[in-house]
Design a protein around this ligand. Structure first.
Ligand SMILES: *Cc1c(COP(=O)(O)O)cnc(C)c1O
Length: 394
């Protein structure tokens, strides 16, 4: 009889756990901080170096990480269904790593137009200096055949997209990329790896900012790049090593600790966000609510097909002007104003209008407020939103 494979919630609690040593073991992996690795004999060092050259993730130097890092990589590999994971000092560093590893001078990349803003603002200028050209596509029109060029090497997507959560047909993009011999990379931060598996759906590379839900406590900057293909893994690792990237053992520990409770935290964020989204949908000052787990959202059917759950992000377009949006977020008491998301606390932010203009998915003129719904009581959060609407817009 073959054993039933454990579900992801179970595997996440075991991944990277310290093995029993003489019959006993701590629950958690130790935080192993070191700048270098000591060898007893020269031959031991040579043997380890050879294994590393052969592609094994053997650490022969502090920059390569320690058992703490290997444990986090194992947990992220469970989340992403990956064979190989690289840890980066931030989500944006993980994205840049992928672009730098997979693109060379003269290459062309196609990027979804509702992508995380700093990809345009920071990564494009960096790659442009290296003679890589960028074009942005409207993902609602399907794979960008008309924009494909002979030198297109990479398609870069993010589903759901930033601010207004455009869900794309990822398997269709994967088939398209495959047919045309182009790589597909996906930013999987929204799902934290738990709710959506780009590699299983056909993407070549999955990226996430573990800063967000993996960390979960707003005390960490980190990113991860996951892949299954050994050749791609080697290309990514070569660039990673060339850039000298590494993350601290303390930060690796924090992300792993966060992952142990990721499923229960994310489920509660999702419940709270759905309650808040339901309240917002009935509020006369709200023009539109953006949240793919709500029936009626344009991405709902694709979300139902390709995702197993939702998170704490809810955005809405406000029937008002920018000054009223500012007064509204200033009137909130339980939502602090801040970028980022994925921590236990609620945050609000007015979406940068220039970034909204760059995407085709939603072209309204109203200001958009993005909420990250935290783990506070949803009743308290709704009461807070309600008093702010009453003060500013009613
Ligand atoms: C936050 C975020 C990033 C960047 O992560 P940092 O760790 O803040 O650099 C990348 N992609 C998406 C979708 C994000 O929300």
């Amino acid at each position: 009889m073959t054993a039933q494979p454990d579900r992801i919630e179970t595997r996440l609690l075991r991944a990277g756990s310290p093995p029993f040593d003489d019959g006993l073991a701590p629950v958690n992996v130790p935080v192993v901080r070191t700048s270098t690795v000591r060898f007893e004999r020269h031959a031991d060092r040579e043997a380890a170096a050879q294994r590393r050259r052969d592609g094994e993730p053997v650490a022969t130097y502090g920059r390569h990480g320690t058992t703490t890092h290997r444990a986090l990589e194992a947990a992220l590999a469970e989340l992403e269904d990956a064979n190989d994971v690289l840890l980066a000092p931030s989500g944006l560093a993980a994205i840049s790593l992928v672009f730098l590893a997979l693109l060379s001078p003269g290459d062309h990349v196609l990027v979804q137009d509702s992508v995380y803003g700093p990809v345009r603002e920071k990564v494009e200028p960096l790659l442009s200096r290296l003679q890589v050209s960028f074009d942005y596509f409207d993902a609602s029109q399907g794979p960008p055949l008309a924009q494909l060029r002979d030198n297109t090497r990479l398609i870069y997507v993010e589903s759901p997209g930033s601010y207004v959560y455009e869900v794309i047909d990822l398997p269709a993009f994967a088939r398209f990329a495959d047919e045309h011999g182009v790589l597909l990379a996906a930013d999987n931060t929204w799902s934290a790896g738990l709710l959506h598996r780009p590699l299983t759906l056909g993407a070549d590379v999955s990226i996430q900012a573990t800063t967000k839900y993996a960390g979960g406590h707003s005390d960490l900057m980190q990113g991860a790049v996951a892949t299954r293909d050994a050749d791609l893994a080697r290309r990514l690792r070569d660039t990673y090593d060339g850039l000298g990237l590494s993350v601290s053992a303390d930060d690796a520990y924090l992300a792993l600790r966060g992952i142990r409770t990721l499923p229960v935290r994310l489920a509660q964020h999702a419940r709270n966000a759905l309650a808040v989204a339901g309240y917002l949908a009935a509020e006369p000052a709200v023009e539109r609510v953006f949240h793919p787990a709500r029936p009626g959202d344009p991405g709902h059917a694709l979300w139902q097909r390709d995702f197993s759950g939702s998170n704490g992000l809810v955005s809405f377009a406000l029937r008002g002007d920018h000054a009223q949006a500012v007064a509204f977020v200033d009137a909130l008491r339980l939502f602090a104003i801040g970028a980022s998301w994925g921590g236990y606390e609620s945050l609000a932010l007015i979406a940068q209008p220039s970034r909204l203009r760059e995407q085709h998915y939603w072209c309204g003129a109203e200001p958009v407020v993005r909420l990250h719904v935290g783990l506070e009581s949803p009743d308290d959060l709704i009461a807070d939103l309600d008093q702010a609407f009453r003060r500013v817009l009613r």
